[in-house]
Design a protein around this ligand. Structure first.
Ligand code: FES
Length: 139
């Protein structure tokens, strides 16, 4: 699946113009992996908005669950943006509605398929422990 969802608001995002880093942290093991993001290569894959935290993860072989294919129609891609949240696109009402269905909500919660950092600061993302696929990714 993938593509866009015609029933949701467009995300207003400022795309990065320079390389920056996103660090992914497994919520259960604390295992970390830092990915250098090259905006010239967007989109990395087919799921999630181009340049989103999900797009970057999948491009780096880090598998965050994304049951709806990255079109803001589930809440399985929920992550906590621990650092750099202020550099991310604002969440839409549709994202907030979907997030309401996610377990373990915090003030740092975002849907990774909808959240696009502008690259001005490094970003640090914790993948909640119930989304355990980071442990099976290849290094
Ligand atoms: S993958 Fe379904 S909302 Fe992000």
């Amino acid at each position: 699946m993938g593509g866009s969802n015609p029933y949701i608001d467009d995300v207003q995002a400022e795309l990065p113009t320079e390389k920056y880093t996103v660090t992914y942290v497994a919520g259960d093991t604390g295992e970390e992996r830092t990915v250098e993001v090259d905006p010239a290569k967007f989109p990395y894959g087919h799921d999630g908005l181009p340049g989103s935290i999900l797009d970057i993860a999948l491009g780096a072989g880090i598998d965050i669950d994304h049951a709806c294919g990255g079109v803001c129609a589930c809440s399985t891609c929920h992550v906590h943006v621990e650092a750099g949240l202020e550099s991310c696109s604002e969440s839409t009402e549709d994202e907030e509605d979907m997030l309401d269905l996610a377990p373990g909500l915090t003030g740092q919660s975002r849907l990774s398929c909808q959240c696009i950092p502008n690259g001005k600061v490094p970003v640090r993302v914790v993948i909640p422990e119930w989304n355990r696929n980071l442990a099976s990714e290849e290094h």
